[in-house]
Design a protein around this ligand. Structure first.
Ligand code: SIN
Length: 292
């Protein structure tokens, strides 16, 4: 579905769905973007949460330069970066592999004190079908809760940790030998960080639900059992189909998404085919509590 079309000088923005997503054309990412182009991409990201720029020919230098223009590179812990590229990771599934990376709803690196504002993912090879990524709008997730639950959540904090996924003995430690994406489990992954359950987006100020099943472990001050019943309800609600947008990848597509207002999920429905992506993260800020 293609809805409203907006243009910023050369940049063309076509909204892709009602909940999130826009296609951006009219810029060449193999060149250094001017201030107006960068501002146009930022505005599209704030308006649409996820943007896809098809048919780009980008080198790793181009990807790093755009990452810097959007706010500066940040590291991705617990995944080995590319040689001499400490800020770039490769996400790869070979035809013989059965497991893929990020096959669960999550918000990137929410276990960090200052999680990344944006993630950039560039497609080097896409399967002929399958391997889509799905995003869910977390402003909508918050806005569609009852008034009573919204008010309760505004007063809660949640504990986040990379331990379940990347801790030594964690899920990925057990299966990393089956995956080409180079996972580096660590006991450091068990470190805990506390963030508000509902954040005020650092740029739009809008309240967004900030909980995800991969990295959120419990509600701060609650037992695990108490936490899981509320979190279970919220995890299901937060990825309601009506809040989502799904991108079909092709070689040369760059997607950029806002981690402060979305969760995402990488489909694993392309056994027998290769999918290769490179990813960078843009430095973010400490999440702030939303108020009423
Ligand atoms: C990720 O979560 O960064 C990976 C998403 C994908 O491979 O589609």
């Amino acid at each position: 579905m293609v809805a409203a079309v907006h243009t910023h000088a050369k940049l063309k923005v076509e909204q892709a769905a009602g909940s999130a997503g826009a296609y951006l054309t009219g810029v060449d990412l193999s060149k250094t973007l001017d201030g107006e182009e960068v501002a146009g991409i930022r505005k599209a990201l704030l308006d649409h949460l996820v943007v896809a720029l098809p048919d780009q020919t980008m080198s790793l230098d181009d990807l790093e330069r755009l990452t810097d223009q959007l706010g500066g590179r940040d590291v991705t812990p617990f995944v080995k970066p590319l040689p001499d590229r400490p800020y770039v990771i490769r996400i790869l599934k070979e035809p013989h592999e059965k497991l893929n990376f990020a096959n669960a709803w999550h918000t990137d690196l929410s276990y960090l004190p200052a999680p990344p504002s944006f993630t950039l993912l560039y497609c080097l090879e896409a399967p002929p079908q399958g391997g889509d990524t799905i995003w869910a709008n977390q402003y909508m997730a918050y806005d569609t809760l009852s008034k009573g639950l919204r008010e309760t959540l505004l007063g809660l904090d949640a504990v986040h940790s990379a331990g379940m996924a990347y801790g030594d003995g964690g899920y990925l430690d057990g299966v990393k030998h089956l995956m080409s994406t180079p996972i580096e489990p660590s006991k450091e992954a068990r470190r805990e960080e506390i963030h508000p359950a509902v954040i005020a987006h650092a740029e739009t100020g809008r309240p967004a639900l900030y909980l995800n099943p991969v990295y959120t472990t419990r509600i701060a001050g609650w037992t695990n059992a108490e936490s899981q019943s509320l979190l279970g309800h919220l995890y299901k609600h937060s990825v309601n189909e009506n809040f989502t947008w799904r991108l079909k990848w092709a070689k040369g597509t760059l997607a950029i998404w806002d981690n402060r207002s979305t969760q995402h999920f990488a489909m694993n429905d392309y056994h027998g085919f290769r999918r290769e992506m490179v990813r960078t993260s843009v430095k973010g800020s400490v999440p702030k509590r939303a108020v009423g």
